[in-house]
Design a binder for this molecule. Sequence first.
Ligand code: NAD
Length: 377
Amino acid sequence: NIVFVAREITDGETRVAASAETVKKMKSFGFDVVVEAGAGAASRIPDGEFEAAGARIGSFTDAAAADVVLKVRRPSLSELSGYKNGAAVIAIMDPYGNDEAIAALAGAGLSAFAMELMPRITRAQSMDVLSSQANLAGYQAVIEAAAVYDRAMPMMMTAAGTVPAAKVFVMGAGVAGLQAIATARRLGAAVSATDVRPAAREQVASLGAKFIAVEDDEFKAAETAGGYAKEMSADYQAKQAALVAEHIAKQDIVITTALIPGRPAPRLVSRAMLSSMKPGAVAVDLAVERGGNIEGVVAGEVADVEGVCVIGFANMPGRVAASASALYAKNLVTFLETMVNKESRSVVVNLDDELVRATMLTYAGDVVHPAFGGVKK
Ligand code: NAD
């Protein structure tokens, strides 16, 4: 089999879907690996490094011969028209609300796998791109905030006076939020956090942060069987907003990470809340690509909203691209390995495997994922 590692063409996408380590791994499966020239440049992986690992450096036209295409983002129409009928394409497909794009993948006869739909089970932990990327996003959010916060983060007691510790409030204590808490703590900030899932309380506390939440009956039932949050009722949201409004006025930095699978991000911070914050306050919205948790956030930009510096960078993991690519590439190759037939040294898709069932959007010309209108084969 031939594996093609694409150069990303989406604006601002700095990551790449392979590393020297994963190229070696794919060679060990018996595959030929072709890396599109320059694919790793923005992740600090020169072509020579891929070559030294056993890949051939090629161009987009090489995709036409590939049995497997590895990407970060879903291929555009022009990209997928260059792929071979029957090829497997593995990427972050962003499938929700993109039915037409899914239909196009089916129409091109591709077996498209959406890595973000990987089930969060023990067996698939090493293939969990949401975790590997969110973890870095949470870290980077704090670094970005610290860079524009015109004060020091830790408490400093000096002969010239005392600098108080920054107060950091993290909203949404999932993978990204927990790493944001840990990073802010390492920088010496006084950290508090909130979530709607009861399990978050202990995790927040174990990182040395204060947990703040409306802990009513709805909160006690807010976690789904899959470990995700539910969309909360209007009544709960109002109670949460009142609690947040009071707390946020005392904060220096707010980092929001709240998401609900398949739904727009919940709106957690209003303009009024922002205007109650101190001069020089900073907010980072990691949910911006799903509509944002903060009112007034501008996707892809740093904006002044009610006197607060609101950072709305899309693709936060892409701002730590070298680390993000290394982990993403490892997630992909681990998943690919589950589909390698050792005898034939080729990819054989087992339609009954639960990882395939969870992630496969299209197969043999059809949309097959039930969450996107497909009928399982
Ligand atoms: P996510 O990205 O879907 O959401 C981020 C956080 O926002 C979540 O903690 C969610 O509860 C929170 N949130 C949603 N609505 C909110 C609101 N209105 N107010 C405040 N917070 C809100 O979540 P995630 O980071 O992907 O993690 C989800 C869960 O999955 C966590 O429990 C995590 O520990 C778990 N997980 C399990 C595995 C595994 O077992 N393999 C791997 C990764 C994560």
